[in-house]
Design a protein around this ligand. Structure first.
Ligand code: DI6
Ligand code: FE
Length: 419
């Protein structure tokens, strides 16, 4: 499939206009069939939503859409969801990459005051507009591969004012780009230099910032880095209590470099997801299973940190814990901007099947964000979908270093190529 169909005016979000996208091969990711496959399908879009999805032969005979797009047999999938990113920050860490290649470890660099702290310094001196523009450029790179929803964490400001600036930059992405953005407050990412040896005081401060962030509408969820070089389970618990008091859902960077039992703690708070999980224990898995918490695997960080301890994929599968995949885009441990490459790495490094990897960036990624209106192609879902130049969706995980995304529809509206 090399021909690109002529663009046809598509439904403007909120209007009553109906557009029929027909002659498509659909990987709906809904229902019991593998990939939710519909060999010769159609999508009816109205008012930014999917009104009808199914086999073309089942279309109502008297259907008279206002516009029609013939997809000439192209593959259509739900828009992709990158449910774990740290997209807003200043500077980069290419020099640290060189140090690590010479033998320094990620933890040694962090303990010596480099790592996250060096990005905090660069973030604090960046203007609001620079923070926004650099994050927008990164978001556009993700979007070019069919991404329609992203999560963006703060965590490189680490003061009340700078954390708020980062969250505002994230919100601005959602206002100015054809992209849905969910924000996560991650003040408990690292200890800023001015709180050296006073981690508990810093956690008090992080908890105290949350109500104002929430009142300004800047926070959809709250996260923490529970790790030897981050915060203890007891400190994480205090952050979660502050989130819970505001009715905000939590998630956690857990069991990335060691097993501190963060996943079980997060599950106790009904966490949406636990993320990284290379050192996840059977006890953590049982706790996540009991609460339906999503296991968010981040193969970019695993790869870039030369990690060798694999997340317990088979045990997660056996327990029926939903597995999501994300980029974890950040300047230190995962400077990657390709969710398709993460699907490939989830298969090659973590042994997920291509279908599991694809569920991980659609259905299960939506669940990790607490969003029930996306991640599948089905009636009443948001009309967020991507059109691909591959024969079968398994090829999206198979190829790497190429972008077969041809068209993207976001909220019923087709994105301009250079959006
Ligand atoms: N774990 C990670 O992999 C990122 N944050 C975290 O808690 C890395 C952040 C960085 O190195 O800048
Ligand atoms: Fe992360």
């Amino acid at each position: 499939m090399n021909s690109t169909p002529t663009p046809t005016p598509t439904d403007a979000s909120g209007s009553g206009t109906t557009t029929l996208w027909r002659n498509a091969r659909l990987a709906t990711m809904a229902g019991p069939v593998a990939w939710g496959w519909v060999g010769h399908g159609a999508l009816l879009v109205q008012g930014g939503k999917l009104q009808w999805v199914g086999a073309e032969s089942d279309l109502p005979v008297d259907l008279k859409p206002d516009a029609e797009v013939d997809l000439q047999g192209a593959l259509v999938t739900p828009g992709l969801i990158d449910a774990h990113t740290h997209l807003v920050y200043g500077g980069d860490r290419a020099a640290e990459f060189e140090l690590r290649l010479q033998g320094a470890t990620y933890e040694e660099i962090a303990r010596a005051g480099g790592g996250i702290r060096s990005t905090v310094t660069a973030t604090r001196v960046a203007s609001d507009d620079t923070l926004f523009q650099t994050a927008a450029a990164r978001a556009r790179t993700l979007m070019a591969e069919g991404v329609t929803t992203i999560e963006v964490k703060s965590g490189y400001g680490l003061s009340e004012a700078h954390e708020a600036r980062c969250l505002r930059a994230a919100r601005r992405l959602g206002r100015e780009l054809p992209l849905a953005v969910r924000t996560t407050s991650l003040g408990a990412h690292a200890l800023p230099a001015e709180f050296e040896h006073r981690a508990d005081d810093y956690i008090d401060a992080v908890c105290a910032w949350l109500p104002a962030q929430h009142a300004e509408g800047l926070v959809d969820a709250v996260d923490a880095f529970c790790e030897g070089i981050g915060f203890t389970p007891a400190q994480t618990r205090r952050v979660f209590d502050a989130a819970q008091a505001l009715g905000l859902p939590v998630k956690l960077h857990a069991e990335q470099l060691s097993d501190l039992g963060g996943s079980a703690l997060a599950a106790e708070y009904g966490a949406l997801s636990c993320d990284h999980l290379e050192f996840l224990s059977p006890r953590g898995i049982a706790a996540m299973q009991a609460t339906g918490t999503v296991a968010m695997l981040l193969p970019g960080a695993y790869y870039f940190l030369h990690e060798t301890h694999l997340p317990p994929v088979q045990l997660l599968r056996d327990a029926g814990v939903p597995i999501a995949i994300a980029t974890d885009h950040n300047p230190g441990s995962s400077p990657v901007l390709s969710l398709l490459l993460m699907m490939n790495m989830a298969c090659t490094l973590f042994r997920l099947t291509p279908e599991e990897a694809f569920r991980g960036v659609t259905v299960h990624a939506a669940r990790a964000l607490g969003l029930a209106d996306r991640g599948t192609l089905a009636a009443r879902q948001r009309a967020d979908f991507a059109v691909w130049d591959v024969d079968h969706p398994r090829a999206l995980a198979y190829r790497f270093g190429v972008n077969p995304c041809r068209r993207v529809v976001f909220g019923g509206v087709e994105r301009a190529r250079e959006a």
